[in-house]
Design a protein around this ligand. Structure first.
Ligand code: NAD
Ligand code: ZN
Length: 353
């Protein structure tokens, strides 16, 4: 089979590989639609997870099952399925402790285009099929279905990590597709004010549509000062980080947070050795300003619940898609588009079926 792969750090290309083998609990799936992700860019061009050779990229897909192992109960060949980017081993102790994403070791629930070939192949392997596949519900479009693989669960996980409560003031730093879903999530969680930090016009428009009550543009001055002005010097209850770096952004988040506040970080820190926490604004270590950073959890139950959130129109993730390609061979173009990030891009998708 063909796949679009990371050949080495900074290098990508098409490869020919054997079709993956299906174990007794697994499924082999063919993609119906895929989307490249900023994480693929961190992986290839920043070398964020280290060197990989001829590893098929991609972790965002919706697909059709072509084969299942003899112990799989609820899925069969021909089923159309949602698959989260994170596919934990559900029988592990970490998963039983509530941290499915770290099943088998820190971040080890992230398998596609990390420990094994990803979804930019003609076929891909899904471990623990009964736990990691979800039936594609009737009436759910492929565009939304692909966004359910990563953008929706990650954006909403930022909201979960920040633990947004009714009436909270929330600041979302970074309004790419993940941050935009965090804005939508904070809104349905009952935030009273949502400040979205960003500048690209189409992201700003969508942030407003998804529930942002104010837009903070760094071009108009220091973002902490702007947040302080909007909150009469009090700061915000919650910060969700979905863009930026491990230094400036963390320092800004701590500074704009009220004592007792919480930061939910879903941003992938692809470079640098340390995260910067400003000592005084962190209450000299005593400010009760919590930082929670996490990989999204994955799993069938989560996918089913999030799919119903789309079907009931509480979130509209297909609005993130700005560029649409048709045909497997366009994966390369879509990925390079994600790398070059033209101003009008939020999220590209490749329809294959
Ligand atoms: P993206 O690159 O499209 O969006 C990030 C946005 O942040 C961009 O609009 C960028 O302009 C903005 N930004 C950059 N620096 C900023 C700064 N200093 N202040 C404010 N905004 C700034 O990426 P995305 O697809 O939206 O993903 C966001 C992050 O989440 C990425 O790092 C991605 O790798 C990561 N991610 C994490 C998980 C997870 O499970 N935790 C899953 C998927 C993606
Ligand atoms: Zn992704």
């Amino acid at each position: 089979m063909k796949g679009f792969a990371m050949l080495g750090i900074g290098k990508v290309g098409w490869v020919e590989k054997d079709r993956p083998v299906c174990g007794p609990l697994d499924a082999i799936v063919r993609p119906l639609a895929v989307s490249p992700c900023t994480s693929d860019i961190h992986t290839v061009w920043e070398g964020a997870i280290g060197e990989r050779h001829n590893m098929i990229l991609g972790h965002e897909a919706v697909g059709e099952v072509v084969e299942v192992g003899n112990l799989v109960k609820d899925f069969k060949a021909g089923d159309r399925v949602l698959i989260a980017a994170i596919t934990p081993d559900w029988s592990t102790l970490e998963a039983q402790a509530g941290y499915s994403m770290h099943s088998g070791g820190m971040l080890s629930g992230w398998k596609f285009s990390n420990f094994k070939d990803g979804v930019f192949g003609e076929f891909f392997h899904v471990n623990d099929a009964d736990g990691n596949l979800a039936h594609l519900p009737e009436g759910l479009d492929l565009e939304s279905a692909v966004m359910l693989a990563d953008m929706v669960p990650t954006g909403l996980h930022g909201v979960e990590l920040a633990d947004v409560q009714f009436g909270d003031t929330v600041c979302v730093i970074g309004i790419g597709p993940v941050g935009l879903m965090s804005v939508a999530g904070a809104s349905i969680r009952g935030a009273s004010e949502i400040f979205a930090v960003g500048s690209r016009p189409n992201c700003v428009e969508l942030a407003k549509e998804f529930g942002a009550t104010a837009i903070i543009n760094y071009k108009n001055g220091d973002i902490v000062e702007q947040v302080m002005k909007l909150t009469n010097g009090k700061g915000v209850d919650r910060v969700i980080i979905a863009g930026g770096d491990g230094e400036t952004t963390f320092a800004q988040a701590i500074k704009m947070l009220k004592p007792g506040g919480r930061i939910g970080n879903v941003n992938y820190l692809g470079s640098g050795d340390n995260v910067l926490i400003p000592r005084a604004e962190w209450g000299c270590g005593m400010g009760h300003k919590t930082i929670a950073g996490g990989l999204m959890p994955g799993g069938r139950l989560k996918m089913e619940k999030l799919a119903s959130l789309v079907l009931s129109k509480r979130i509209q993730p297909s609005k993130l898609i700005t560029h649409k390609f048709h045909g497997f061979e366009h994966i390369e173009e879509a990925l390079l588009l994600m790398k070059d990030k033209p101003k009008d891009l939020i999220k590209p998708i490749v329809i294959i079926e």
